[in-house]
Design a protein around this ligand. Structure first.
Ligand code: GLU
Length: 292
């Protein structure tokens, strides 16, 4: 059976600016997922990159979510959990890397894929006297992950397709990949529903889970919302924020309908959350249960 354990889902926004409709759609789907399975739903603010965090963004996000009718059972903030990340980091084989991006580019040659793969330049020692990032010496393995939203499988050979992953930046900030793995495990997350932009980062996160002895959640990567020109709705792209929509008098039910219809699903204007939970079971959970 696909959903044996009690389900725990989460929404994990980065409070780096106002939420737009794309973030809100992911938030709605994550909530529908947890609740349609009778599970707990958690909110996690990913605020480790302090230079990008915007004051007030966290509270605005909470207000946006509540306005849409969503709730959650526990809330955490990554900046309050640094000891957890430090402990995990100490359990992994890492080395200090002082290479600049330019040096990496030069030694890596032309990238083979969309992402630059770190060629391991500092694996056997590096230039002293410069601040360095901590990189995880990835095992020589191929990791395959399955996505339940798209029914796709993705395999990546860690040394050649991912490279040694930065787990702590040279300014001391713990990296997202480390924090997300530690947090999902500590919070008991069984189902990760998030934007499709993180799909290709999933094998390295699963590899980290294995190295740390953490359970592997089920993954559901939802399409990113695009505007009429097919451009991704980016925070800086001029799309109205949810806060602006609220201030402009938009009705939550109408916004929910817009979000759901943007997936190509049919729903009427007045659909309440119970109707959307039924729709979610029909569109996502029942087909996914049949795939396995
Ligand atoms: N904080 C990430 C974001 O806002 C999401 C991380 C995740 O869901 O794993 O894109």
């Amino acid at each position: 059976m696909l959903f044996p354990a009690p389900v725990v889902g989460r929404f994990a926004p980065s409070p780096t600016g106002p939420m737009h409709l794309g973030n809100l759609r992911t938030a709605l789907l994550a909530w529908l997922h947890s609740r349609a399975l009778g599970g707990r739903h958690l909110l996690r603010f990913e605020d480790l990159d302090t230079g990008r965090v915007r004051p007030g963004a966290e509270q605005t996000a909470r207000d946006d979510l509540r306005w849409l009718g969503l709730d959650w059972d526990r809330e955490v903030r990554q900046s309050a959990r640094l000891a957890l990340y430090r402990d995990a980091l100490e359990r992994l084989p890492t080395y200090r890397c002082t290479c600049t991006r330019r040096e990496i580019l030069e030694s890596a040659g032309a990238p083979h894929g969309p992402e630059l793969v770190y060629p391991g330049t500092c694996r056997n020692g590096c230039l002293p006297g410069r601040p360095g990032a901590l990189r995880w010496r990835v095992p020589d393995e191929t990791v395959c992950v399955r996505d339940h939203w798209t029914a796709e499988t993705l395999c990546q050979h860690l040394p050649t397709e991912v490279g040694d992953v930065v787990l702590q930046r040279n300014d001391g900030v713990y990296a997202y990949h480390l924090a997300v793995v530690v947090d999902d495990a500590e919070m008991g997350v069984t189902d990760v529903l998030r934007g499709a932009d993180l799909w290709t980062a999933t094998p390295r996160q699963v590899a980290l889970q294995r190295a740390l002895g953490c359970p592997e959640p089920r993954y559901w990567h939802v399409p990113l919302m695009t505007d009429f020109q097919g451009e991704r709705l980016a925070k800086r792209g001029g799309a109205p924020s949810v806060q602006q929509l609220r201030a402009g008098g938009a009705a939550p039910a109408a916004v929910r309908t817009t979000l759901i219809r943007s997936l190509g699903w049919e729903t009427d204007e007045t659909a309440d959350l119970d109707a959307l939970l039924r729709l979610y079971r029909l569109k996502v959970l029942e087909p996914a249960a049949l795939q396995t």
